[in-house]
Write a protein that binds this ligand. Structure first.
Ligand code: NCD
Length: 302
């Protein structure tokens, strides 16, 4: 895959199955044989205009594992953004300090905006409720590790389908695989956006229980408090789902529960030790998958 000369990774649009398979092979080799210093002397900038734990730290760990150095910020209050500097100015300047930029921002379209002015590759680590393409790579790798295949399976996504950039990027990318049945479960007010429903086949529902016995993957997402205009609407919907021990008991023993995390009430700690609970392993896969991605944007493999 080389749709842009700088190897930006802004959305999953345009990626191919073949490219994903090569990415996963690379990630798998890091898991099996350990990391190699393929990016010595490189500088990765992590520019996080919105909170993050896993994404920022797994990119940072991945860069260190490959021998690169990391600069960056994790809050805008300590940067010139708080003085009114534009995103474009920040990115133009950061471009001259580093070899690649990993950026998260609360606004939809901000990653594309950054890529338009950057002189180094930009990886979108989440732009508003739009896309989260590195999470998709990680989610697909997790599914492959968890159930052993990326074709012929049923995935039930549960939670805030309207605002989950994780669900949006994953749902559209699953179209690359054969015979994947998708079910998007949410309260009616938080249904999967029409644009995605038109782009990829899937069914919509408000309850997940009917699908538990046949699901291979159940992906739980939290209701995204920060995307709500008013607190009252959030309070009304925040506890819409809670995957109980009884629910897990209905799942196939080899099925997997995944989540981008962080969790709120939808994933109680009581299920953490069930065989199907796979979300902490998933978070761990963030390092090898993002390492492979950093290598790709910097031209180590094509
Ligand atoms: C997700 C995100 O930021 O979109 N988290 C993550 O990257 N692991 C999901 C979320 O915040 O709910």
């Amino acid at each position: 895959m080389n749709t842009n000369p700088l190897n930006h990774y802004i959305t999953t649009d345009g990626i191919t199955r073949d490219w994903l398979e090569r990415l996963f092979k690379r990630a798998r080799s890091f898991v099996d044989k350990g990391f190699v210093h393929t990016l010595p002397e490189k500088i990765i900038a992590t520019c996080f205009f919105e909170p993050s734990t896993r994404t920022r730290l797994s990119f940072t760990a991945a860069a260190h594992r490959l021998g690169a150095n990391v600069i960056g910020f994790d809050t805008t209050s300590s940067t010139s953004t708080s003085k009114g500097e534009t995103l474009e100015d920040t990115i133009r300047m950061v471009s001259s300090y580093c070899d690649a930029i990993v950026m998260r921002h609360p606004e939809t379209g901000s990653a594309a905006q950054a890529a338009a002015v950057a002189t180094v590759p930009v990886i979108n680590a989440g732009d508003g409720n739009n896309a989260h393409p590195s999470q998709t790579a990680l989610d697909l790798f997790t599914i492959q590790q968890g159930i052993g295949r990326l074709d012929d399976f049923t995935i039930v996504m549960v939670g805030d389908m309207l605002n989950s950039r994780v669900a949006h990027s994953l749902a559209t990318t699953l179209g690359l695989f054969r015979n994947v049945t998708q079910v998007w479960v949410s309260p009616q007010a938080l249904a999967m956006p029409r644009t995605i429903q038109q782009q990829v086949a899937g069914s919509v529902d408000t309850t997940y229980q009917p699908y538990l016995a046949t699901a291979d993957i159940v992906m739980m997402t939290r209701v995204q408090q920060e995307r709500f205009a008013n607190k009252y609407d959030y309070e009304k919907l925040k506890n819409s789902y809670c995957l109980s021990l009884e629910d897990v008991g209905q799942m196939k023993p080899e099925a997997k529960i995944i989540s981008p995390l962080p969790r709120t009430s939808e994933l109680p700690t009581t299920i953490d030790h069930q065989a199907q609970a796979y979300y902490f392993q998933q978070a761990g896969f963030g390092v090898p998958v993002r390492a492979a991605l950093l290598e790709w944007v910097l031209g180590v493999w094509q």
